[in-house]
Design a protein around this ligand. Structure first.
Ligand SMILES: [Zn+2]
Length: 346
């Protein structure tokens, strides 16, 4: 069952005027929503409280000043909180989009009329992450040729879902082109390739130095493992659009970045973050999935201090907000969450 929390978004000024945690049953409220322009639904699941980010607000202002029809919706990231336990956090640029659901619109003319989504990899070679051998030895950097099939696995993990035929297609990147917005805007850390060109809906933008993450999250950015930036489309007046009337913001772009401060790998080596888990989780955000599931520690389990085995999930899922080493596959809950979004996009 999917409850929708309706926010009434006023056409002028766009402020959140009202909200309720119950399905809207009151006809007067529905009428008010209908008269005040698009009514956007909140995420299907309650989630962690987003934090307003001055950096993202500034980024939004720069996008507006440049005449772009994109705005930052949110930055969702996994953080290393120590002791091999990872939590998550959400940054937003402004309150008007707090908690709102967002989806790619099938056939959106602003994205070339694509039914599904396409994606590109940024093969920028300057930021290769480290990996280790399965026994923990042999710390070395991975070249893009080694990273590319790992990123492709994250894309195919979602593409292989059988409930949707909507394409998730890769776009080839012309040599020398910078396909992502944010690395250029953050510290010019784009390899000096000049003006970014938006070639795809989703950009696996690769790995960046910790300074990239502290630029938008402050000192705690050092502990960010991976982040997904989601953008939504606005109209000529800067208001969010809902061209297909599904009560959701129209997603315009997603860029994903990973931190070189961690060692990465798919071999289960000690002291690495699981590349498949993190890249597939972040890609889950890029295909419109939010976190879900409860994470908790019982009083009894915590009696002698909290260890990894004390942490419980209900249900366990790849899209849980907390990651505790190793790998969680795409579970039935992840799959049904994906299918709720994508089954109708064939
Ligand atoms: Zn996440």
């Amino acid at each position: 069952m999917k409850f929708r929390t309706l926010f009434t978004v006023l056409a002028a000024g766009v402020t959140v005027a009202s909200c309720t945690s119950e399905p809207l049953a009151d006809p007067a409220s529905q009428l008010q929503a209908a008269r005040s322009g698009p009514a956007f639904a909140a995420s299907a699941e309650p989630e962690e409280e987003p934090v307003l980010s001055p950096f993202l607000a500034d980024l939004d202002a720069r996008l507006a000043a440049s005449g772009s029809n994109l705005r930052v919706l949110r930055a969702e990231f996994m953080v290393d909180t120590g002791a091999a336990e990872f939590g998550s956090q959400v940054l937003i640029a402004n309150n008007r989009v707090r908690g709102l659901a967002y989806e790619w619109v099938s056939g959106d003319p602003r994205r070339g009329g694509r039914v599904g989504v396409n994606y590109a990899f940024d093969p920028y070679q300057g930021r290769e992450p480290f990996t280790r051998n399965p026994d923990g030895s042999g710390l070395r950097q991975m070249p893009f040729a080694e990273l590319e099939p790992q990123l492709e696995q994250a894309m195919s993990a979602w593409r292989d879902r059988t409930c949707s035929d909507a394409p998730i297609d890769r776009v080839a990147l012309p040599a020398g082109v910078d396909p992502d917005l944010l690395d250029n805007l953050f510290l010019g850390s784009d390899g000096g390739r000049g003006t970014p060109v938006t070639l795809s809906d989703i950009v696996q933008a690769g790995w960046q130095l910790p300074s990239f993450f502290t630029a938008f999250a402050g000192p705690s950015g050092n502990n960010i493992i991976g982040v997904t930036f989601s953008f939504y489309f606005v109209d000529g007046s800067g208001n969010p659009t809902d061209i297909n009337g599904d009560g959701r913001l129209d997603t315009g772009l997603a860029e994903l970045y990973y931190n070189t401060r961690f060692a990465w790998g798919n071999s289960g080596a000690p002291n690495v973050v699981d590349t498949w888990h993190i890249t597939t989780h972040e890609t889950g955000h890029a295909v419109s999935l939010a976190h879900f599931g409860k994470v908790f520690v019982t009083k009894r389990d915590a009696a002698n201090g909290i260890s990894i085995t004390d942490i419980k999930y209900a249900p366990r899922a790849l899209m849980n907000a907390v990651y505790v080493t190793g790998r969680t596959p795409i579970t039935g809950t992840d799959n049904s969450s994906f299918c709720q979004v994508w089954a109708s996009k064939n």
